[in-house]
Design a protein around this ligand. Sequence first.
Ligand SMILES: Nc1ncnc2c1ncn2[C@@H]1O[C@H](COP(=O)(O)OP(=O)(O)O)[C@@H](O)[C@H]1O
Ligand SMILES: Nc1ccn([C@H]2C[C@H](O)[C@@H](COP(=O)(O)OP(=O)(O)O)O2)c(=O)n1
Ligand SMILES: [Mg+2]
Length: 253
Amino acid sequence: MWRRVASLSPMISSSSPSRSLARNQAAFGLNIRESFATEISKPEEGAKSPFITFVLGGPGSGKGTQCEKIVETFGLTHLSAGDLLRREIAMHTKNGDMILNLIKDGKIVPSEVTVKLLQKELESSNSSKFLIDGFPRTEENRVAFERIVGADPDVVLFFDCPEEEMVKRVLNRNQGRVDDNITTMKKRLKIFEALNRPVIDYYKNKGKLYTINAVGTVDDIFKQVLPIFTPFEEQLKQSRHVNPKSPLVENSS
Ligand SMILES: Nc1ncnc2c1ncn2[C@@H]1O[C@H](COP(=O)(O)OP(=O)(O)O)[C@@H](O)[C@H]1O
Ligand SMILES: Nc1ccn([C@H]2C[C@H](O)[C@@H](COP(=O)(O)OP(=O)(O)O)O2)c(=O)n1
Ligand SMILES: [Mg+2]
């Protein structure tokens, strides 16, 4: 479905982020001059573009939990940026230690690393419908994906949750994560406000953002998610991985 078309370096050129964004990124130790000696992939000519949903929200807002339900119902392929990064740590790859230190400190991993992991998953998958969870977390993430992968999201979900609730959930998550502690969580919330908000605003202005009130039971929240996918019914029905119980699958009986 994807093909590599050109090499790209450096990543940030005339479309570099605004000055305030650059200040934010500098404040959080991000290097906006990061160089991308990598290749761009684009969907093959004649091939249909993949259906992409980005899933945004603060730490503990319930992204992963809702993604599981979306996968179950609509058969999208779930790619969690955080899980892909944690896999690098567990596999002791060359970036493993660097990723671990950034995650422990509540910081964002350089976009080149994360986008390449996502790109590999997209390229090797047979699916044409993806749920990309926890990405893009910064404007730099967003621009890197656009330019390296060469695709735009069809839908952007934003799970809107008060900080107090997010803190409570993260501290009770119990998955043994190195970042699930109050010190890292405080840093993550600051970074979320400074770096993810501009991404949310970007998709709001593009008319692609769907804001979901992330307080309530898992099922109540999912009730808000369901109708968002209705306009994409036809595209989603074509998925090979759709659960037979999905409301989008016609009942043949
Ligand atoms: N609606 C909800 N109400 C209460 N707890 C929730 C809800 N949704 C998820 N959780 C719990 O909160 C924690 C964080 O959820 P998770 O899906 O991992 O969030 P995120 O991926 O946004 O960090 C998990 O322990 C999860 O079981
Ligand atoms: N696009 C991303 C996604 C995650 N990361 C890093 C930094 C994040 O704090 C950690 C954990 O991300 P993850 O999405 O798993 O976290 P939550 O589910 O929101 O708690 O991974 C990143 O650097 N860039
Ligand atoms: Mg998560």
